[in-house]
Design a protein around this ligand. Structure first.
Ligand SMILES: [Ca+2]
Ligand SMILES: [Ca+2]
Length: 149
């Protein structure tokens, strides 16, 4: 079994990227990657983040294709995560227990853990995961980050 995202999921991410490209942001700044990883609930040593960034952006252009980023997420992070951990992470992010993560909830979480992201970056994170396009992230969409489970 592959731990990578399926072709369908990658296609969904690409659709999200194209939508984001209309706003001029189909890429993510490498400086934002530690923030995004933290917002997903992971603690990764700085040394490992440095190697991730080097892998994603070997020529140090300062930006990474969103597709490459999610490929890295599915490969590096998912292999360490059990379904129980994914559920716990999702439940902790779904503060009102309605069964989805809203932009507001993601904003609250990023502020709570002390990372500095703009509203447009938060919306980009939601849009990239939001496969059915309802503007919120349900558990199935969230779990695509960890699809090997
Ligand atoms: Ca919620
Ligand atoms: Ca959705």
């Amino acid at each position: 079994m592959s731990e990578r995202l399926t072709k369908d999921q990658l296609d969904a991410f690409k659709v999200g990227m194209r939508q984001n490209d209309q706003n001029g942001s189909g890429v993510i700044a490498t400086s934002d990657i530690p923030t995004v990883i933290a917002a997903l609930g992971y603690t990764i040593p700085e040394s490992e983040i440095a190697s991730i960034l080097y892998e994603l952006d070997p020529d140090e252009s300062g930006v990474v294709n969103m597709n490459s980023f999610f490929g890295m997420v599915s490969e590096k992070l998912a292999s360490h995560t059990t379904l129980e951990q994914v559920k716990m992470l999702f439940n902790s992010m779904d503060r009102n227990g309605h069964g989805y993560i809203s932009v507001d909830e993601l904003r609250f979480i990023t502020q709570a853990i002390g990372v500095n992201v703009t509203d447009s970056e938060i919306k980009l994170m939601v849009e990239t995961l939001d496969i059915d396009g309802d503007g919120k992230v349900n558990f199935d969409e969230f779990a695509t980050l960890f699809k090997h489970i």
